[in-house]
Design a protein around this ligand. Structure first.
Ligand code: PGA
Ligand code: ZN
Length: 427
């Protein structure tokens, strides 16, 4: 069934940090509509696709009026008349119109807005929910990886490590998974309050942004919270961390600097620290253990921590080329997938395919700047990513995605199972 793109409108929307982002509606000749608003990161890698921002006075330079104009102008001209159900053709036309490897001329934010809105319109025209329209195989619900304590760029650098997350490995349904993590989150608040920590701050992704004495202390708080919630560390709940090491790596000094603890590390010393944490805590996943271009350090980390899920975010930036290099060099064993790091849904999906073919796990991820839009939840299911990282269990831009998965689980009843990543006994 062919249904050509007939019109596109766009607008300057706001993300959850109050910064502008691009919203867009694609309408087809048959009258199907698809609407999407795109996210935006703070702890971005230098190899990511480039958002187009206006500069100048408005919104401190973060305005996206030029990107919005490009959606309705050059990019619309490029996709007008293309069959909306042919996602590959739509995405190729968008990339060609931009002409740069990083999407920076017309804006990766503008390109992704059309790519996702087209997928939504295609689902509508085919009479399918988005997850069914974007997928082609047996599906699972993703195991959630949920932020409880934040540091780094998302919490005014109160801690150097960016994300302390939990994974409800003992849950047998998605609804149970979310409820289990909610218990951990509530108990963490009590532990922080009882310990006298400044605990009321809510970080960019809805987690706590406490002032603690060390990064290790955050892991200890999570363990105490699990006990208080009567959950067994390792069996019911496992820990994941996003070190986001690019953020505290100094290329000039060739060192990793933890300001909050006044410590500095070479690559091998940072790996030593993580190995020690992994020995003391039930850590199943470590993201961005080292900086985006520290390939030697990453190789060493993969050798020494290979029993753990080693997840490349700034390292791979959802780029097929960077992921292929990682696979060839035996670096990491999992990839974080953020569609706006690369620009189009087709390329993000290609990364999922490359990873799975090589035995790498995939974690679909939101950004720190999100919106009420929930297309990411459908992609996690349709693409069978196995894991989903959205932030906390509160704040509407986070819950919009969890709620969408909860809704789909309920609709599909027993037809769809919760994925078991390798660290939770799956394959
Ligand atoms: P970002 O952070 O969206 O601010 O880049 C998310 C992450 O590092 O995983
Ligand atoms: Zn990350």
């Amino acid at each position: 069934m062919s249904d050509p793109i007939a019109s596109i409108t766009a607008f300057e929307a706001l993300d959850s940090r109050g910064r502008p982002t691009v919203g867009c509606t694609v309408v087809t000749r048959a009258g199907a509509r698809g609407r999407a608003i795109v996210p935006s990161g703070a702890s971005t890698g230098s190899h990511e696709a480039r958002e187009l921002r206006d500069g100048g006075e408005r919104y401190g330079g973060y305005g996206v009026r030029r990107a919005v104009a490009n959606v309705e102008g050059e990019l619309f001209d490029a996709v007008r008349g293309i069959d909306v159900t042919d996602q590959g053709a739509v995405d190729r036309a968008l990339r060609q119109a931009d002409g740069t490897p990083d999407g920076g001329r017309l804006g990766a934010n503008a390109i992704l807005a059309i790519s996702v809105a087209a997928a939504e319109a295609a689902a509508t025209t085919r009479g399918l929910p988005l997850y069914a329209a974007v997928g082609d195989g047996p599906r699972t619900l993703p195991m959630p990886m949920i932020n409880v304590i934040s540091g780094g760029a998302h919490a005014a650098r109160s801690l150097d490590v960016q994300d302390f997350l939990v994974v409800p490995v003992g849950a047998s349904t998605f609804a149970e998974a979310i409820e289990t993590v909610s218990r951990v989150r509530a108990a963490t608040g009590e532990v922080l309050r009882d310990g006298g920590a400044t605990w009321a701050l809510v970080a960019d992704e809805g987690g706590y942004g406490p002032l603690l004495s060390s990064n290790r202390a955050a892991l200890e708080v999570l363990m105490t919270a699990c006990e208080r919630a009567r959950l067994l560390p390792g069996d019911d709940i496992a820990i994941a961390i996003d070190v986001a090491a690019t953020q505290f790596h100094s290329p000039a000094e060739d060192a990793y600097l933890w300001d909050a603890e006044d410590r500095r590390f070479r690559s091998d010393e940072l790996v030593d620290e993580l190995v020690a944490w992994a020995a003391d805590f039930p850590i199943v996943s470590i993201e961005d253990a080292l900086a985006e271009d520290d390939w030697d350090g990453w190789r060493m980390a993969t050798e020494r921590l290979g029993g753990i899920q080693l997840l490349g975010d700034d390292l791979f930036v959802t780029s097929p080329d960077r992921l292929r290099r990682g696979i060839a060099e035996g670096v990491a064993n999992a990839v974080l997938v953020k569609p706006n790091q690369i620009g189009t849904l087709s390329e993000a999906r290609e990364v999922v395919g490359i990873a799975h073919a090589a035995g790498y796990a995939t974690v679909l991820s939101a950004r720190s700047g999100e919106t009420e839009d929930h297309w990411l939840a459908d992609l996690a299911i349709g693409w069978n990513t196995g894991q989903l990282k959205i932030g906390s269990t509160m704040r509407s831009e986070r819950t919009a995605k969890w709620n969408r998965v909860l809704e789909i689980e309920r609709e599909l009843g027993g037809e769809i199972a919760l994925a078991r990543p390798a660290f939770a006994g799956g394959s």
